[in-house]
Design a protein around this ligand. Sequence first.
Ligand SMILES: C=CC1=C(C)c2cc3[nH]c(cc4nc(cc5[nH]c(cc1n2)c(C)c5CCC(=O)O)C(CCC(=O)O)=C4C)c(C)c3C=C
Ligand SMILES: [Fe+2]
Ligand SMILES: [Fe+2]
Length: 344
Amino acid sequence: MKKGVLLVNLGSPDSPTPKDVKPYLDEFLMDERVIDAPKWLRTLLVRGIILQTRPKKSAKAYQKIWWEEGSPLIVISERFRDKVKSGLSLPVALGMRYGSMSIEKALGELQSKGVDEVLLVPLYPHYAMSSYETVVVKSLEVQQQKFPEMQVTTMPAFYKNPDYIKVLSDSIAEGLKDFDYDHILFSYHGIPERHIRKSDPTKFHCKIDGSCCKINSVAHHTCYRHQCYDTTDRVIEHMKLDESKVSSSFQSRLAGDPWLKPYTDFEFERLAKEGKRNLAVVTPAFVSDCLETLEEIAMEGQEQFEEAGGKHYKHIPCLNDSDAWVTLMVKWIRQWEADQSLPA
Ligand SMILES: C=CC1=C(C)c2cc3[nH]c(cc4nc(cc5[nH]c(cc1n2)c(C)c5CCC(=O)O)C(CCC(=O)O)=C4C)c(C)c3C=C
Ligand SMILES: [Fe+2]
Ligand SMILES: [Fe+2]
């Protein structure tokens, strides 16, 4: 069999205009793992309400961060793919869960190179039904329908892998080199609390009560909240940080039901009001900078923190196409190529 790699990230609209943002948001929010209501209700919510106003608002936000070459998330993911590819002798393709750079096109590219054994790499460190799981389900659906001769192996969420924690910690240390922080906020993308309960295979462990994520359980394999806190704890340990100067929060919520707390925007205010003057923010739920880090955190976050009395603010970039991150991905892929082993 001939091996190849499929990297998958979330995707972006084709351009930062309402005309292109609308179909992208439609595909994204009509995903039953993102808005998990019955189809009739999801259609009513998304097409009847959200898509009436959000494309215009989102397009404005995209315009603030858009690069000459295109969407930062796409451009960074392409640079990452190219660098990973140059460290390997097997084909590497990049697909997006939503938008025009589809998973189908990427698998087709691998097929045209004779690949029939694929390592699927969802570019998310943590498991959530709205990120990692939907990439896996969609990729397997496309494989079964269009490429039945292919075999697919999936890389697990790597949030606690010691090599990943080292690469993340080193990137944070680099970002803090010229910044005399008095607090570091780990801001993760939020999800509705309901999704945590839905993904709990025991159906009783995850109570989101402050302690369940610390008590050992099989539920942690699919508990996004546990995995986020675990990443923060491991970085604290690796970097020997003062625990009292670090906290975690969840950003980017949509209106409606309760999302994971504490909410990042409320934390900016709380930390400033508590007298924190110099705030560093790291966003480890994303491997590539994107709308949610470049606009919501780097731009809006700074404004919110400073308005509440904060003085100095620094967003530490994601791993992006840094040499250390590329080298680690190449190492994981080579291990799979050699003996099928996957990072744990
Ligand atoms: C950690 C990864 C992500 C999870 C989990 C996630 C859940 C999630 N997202 C929405 C709604 C939106 N997210 C949007 C942008 C966006 N989300 C992620 C990652 C995760 N989302 C990324 C990387 C991006 C940026 C994409 C880019 O092009 O840069 C958007 C679009 C922008 C906007 O209108 O705000 C929406 C909408 C939900 C509802 C959800 C879980 C239920
Ligand atoms: Fe999102
Ligand atoms: Fe949990």
